[in-house]
Design a protein around this ligand. Structure first.
Ligand code: GCU
Length: 663
């Protein structure tokens, strides 16, 4: 493995004291020269040798007293699943395919690292989601859209980089069960359109091979206007014969050169991106045209549902960005071909700290669906502020859509359990960059790790994942682990408290999306997003407002439509509420705003102080980086507290009952 300067994250493999016997690896039923099996052997050796210091050999005949790790091909296991069992000195990792074997090996290594490797160890696991993907928003010039941890390690100055760092990244992905990666920004601009030309094929092939070694399919974001941008055509109408012929020829070239490519991801008709609407065609027309062509190569088209008109005039109270996804896609349910997957952001807006679950999830019943979440902390603190996102992802997965009587949660829908789809799963927008710690804030790696683990096994709890990550990463004493786990688990609510209360969202500096700007919203030409006036605050999305609440199945629609049954954490998302409205605990809305902003800032200080106590317990570099991030977080929290509180004090004229300073 590489002798890297960058960190190895949770694959650091700290020394485990109580295993001293040597290990022998036996491959039984798989081809040793298979690329994934080769990686697996390499990973096993690296991990075992680093953790135990004992020798690890590839011997059929084993020495007495050695552990034997049998990697066995067993057809009874489901795709990508594994079973690990231990009997005396014999350890079996069984699976029906190479990916399953690799995941089993990483689980075995994890078990040793977590010191759970005892006599009767046995574990069986089959991934919940067929597709478990990371979507990068890397640009070819090396920048990353919403990148807060350095520049791209895929692209530098319009060239593609493949090196040890790429390999380590593939290792991290596989170690948490990721099997797909999109390498470039959904906003395919600059020379990124040229990625599907022979200018880049050799390097792309090399890159896709590195991923393939770890059982990961590479995908690329596609510019829907490629026929115009690189094909010298005057249109990209998906029903135009010449356009279709152009794509056929192009896809033949691409898939002949890049056989490991899994397919394409497309953002169309949104935020300035081209798409089928220009030609009066539907999203289905666009997606199906491409899907029919890539089908011949066994590939898929992932089509994003983040389609909305960012220039719409919302002074008309029925106009609502939140409605757009459902309005554009629900009517075409059943029209998308089998190798199209619609990728749906978790909320109807845009990765806010709290949003309701998109009504499209489960709203579509006859269409392949994939959930899109964001690990890149675009609206959740830029990897400066601590924000462990797994609790949010779990809430989304557990949300009951009522799309049918049983098996109707978002987890059921995206895993294929609800409607029997094969092409489905979960994707996260990620911004791992060339910072030595990969994620800017060392603690933000918990989201990277956690997403992979959760995508594989949706039954894991937020706490289990946080604990596992903390133990693997820091291998610290129990008290230290408890402190870090506690910080992670509290962090999302703390961030929410000092930023945007009760589901209102935004109020963030336009464009950059960090720090407060109460009236700020990039598309605020038509007034403020939050609709605050001197009497109240919030967006009326009930049946008498924009009607968004009615996009849900009846049970949820009724619940959201009425402010007295609407979950309070989403009250301002769905309703315009007077400042004097009494919340369930008896506080008025305005008092709640004041209280939570003071509390959020105080709690941020509290977790920062807890971190300070860990000096000497975690690596010095990590301690310093995270300490500095906390200093910035507290500054940010104070800014939010003061700006939001004073804004609403001035708007409402109602003072804080506790007479705290509000300027
Ligand atoms: C947000 C984000 C953009 C991104 C877009 C998307 O609007 O701010 O940077 O391009 O989401 O998901 O496509």
């Amino acid at each position: 493995m590489s002798n890297a300067k960058w960190t190895q994250l949770w694959l650091e493999y700290h020394k485990v004291e109580d295993i001293t016997k040597p290990f022998a690896i036996v491959i039984d039923g798989f081809k040793k020269e298979n690329r994934i099996i080769k990686s697996l052997i390499c990973e096993l050796k690296t991990g075992l040798e680093k953790m135990t210091g004992a020798k690890c050999t590839e011997e059929e005949k084993t020495t007495d007293g050695a552990y034997v790790v049998n990697i066995r091909k067993k057809e009874d296991l489901a795709k990508e699943g594994y079973r690990i069992s231990k009997n005396g000195l014999s350890i079996n990792v069984d699976s029906s395919d190479e990916n399953g074997a690799l995941y089993g090996v990483f689980e075995f290594l994890r078990t040793i690292a977590l010191k759970k490797f005892d006599e009767n160890f046995e574990k069986k696991c089959v991934p919940d989601n067929p597709l478990r993907m990371m979507d990068h928003w890397d640009n070819m010039d090396g920048t990353i859209e919403r990148g807060y941890s350095g520049n791209s390690f895929f692209f530098v100055n319009n060239e593609i980089i493949v090196d040890d760092r790429t390999r380590d990244y593939a290792r991290f992905l596989a170690s948490v069960g990721i099997n797909g990666v999109v390498i470039n920004n959904v906003n395919v601009k600059q020379c990124a359109s040229l990625m599907i030309t022979d200018r880049y094929f050799d390097k792309l092939k090399e890159l896709s091979d590195v991923f393939a070694d770890y059982g990961i399919s590479m995908y690329m974001s596609l510019n829907f206007a490629s026929p115009i941008e690189i094909g010298n055509m005057d249109n990209c109408d998906p029903l135009n014969e010449d356009v279709i012929a152009w794509w056929k020829k192009k896809c033949k070239e691409v898939f002949e050169a890049l056989p490991n490519l899994g397919g394409f991801l497309v953002k169309a008709d949104s935020e300035g991106r081209p798409g089928p609407f220009t030609y009066g065609r539907t999203q289905a027309d666009g997606a199906n045209m491409l899907a029919d062509i890539v089908k011949d190569y066994g590939k898929i088209i992932i089509w994003r549902c983040f389609v909305y008109n960012c220039t719409q005039d919302w002074r008309d109270t029925k106009t609502d960005r939140a409605r757009a996804g459902y309005d554009h896609f629900k009517g075409q349910d059943g029209q998308y071909h089998d190798n199209v997957i619609l990728q749906i952001k978790n909320g109807p807006m845009d990765f806010q700290i709290r949003e309701p679950v998109s009504p499209l999830l489960g709203g579509l019943k006859e269409t392949n669906q994939m959930l899109e979440v964001q690990i890149a902390q675009e609206y959740t603190g830029h990897q400066i502020d601590l924000c462990y996102l797994i609790p949010m992802f779990k809430e989304v997965l557990e949300f009951k859509t009522y799309c049918q009587k049983e098996n109707d949660t978002v987890a059921d829908v995206i895993s294929g359990k609800a409607f029997g789809n094969k092409n489905c799963g979960i994707a996260a927008v990620i911004n791992t960059g060339n910072d030595l710690n990969w994620t800017g804030n060392d603690l933000a790696a918990a989201n990277f790790y956690g997403f992979g683990r959760l995508a594989f096994d949706m039954s894991l709890s937020s706490e289990e994942i946080a604990r596992e990550w903390t133990m693997l990463t820091f291998c610290a004493d129990e008290k230290t682990t408890d402190v870090i786990v506690d910080m992670l688990l509290r962090s999302r609510e703390i961030y929410e408290k000092y930023t945007c209360p009760l589901g209102i969202g935004w109020m963030v500096t336009p464009q950059t999306h960090y720090g407060p700007s109460v009236d700020g919203y990039e598309y605020s030409r038509w007034g403020t997003y939050h609709r605050a006036d001197h009497l109240g605050l919030g967006v009326d999305r009930s049946s008498s407002g924009t009607g968004y609440a009615m996009q849900y199945y009846k049970e949820n629609a009724d619940m959201y439509n009425d402010p007295s049954t609407c979950p309070e954490e989403l009250l301002l998302f769905f309703h315009h509420i007077p400042y004097t409205w009494k919340l369930k605990d008896g506080r008025t809305l305005i008092q709640y705003i004041y209280d939570t902003h003071f509390a959020g800032e105080e709690e941020a200080e509290e977790i920062a102080a807890n971190w300070k106590k860990l000096e000497g317990k975690v690596p010095e570099g990590t301690f310093n980086t995270v300490s500095h991030r906390f200093e910035m977080q507290i500054y940010n929290a104070k800014e939010w507290r003061d700006q939001v509180n004073s804004y609403f004090y001035r708007k409402s004229g109602i003072p804080d009952e506790k007479n705290r300073p509000i300027y």
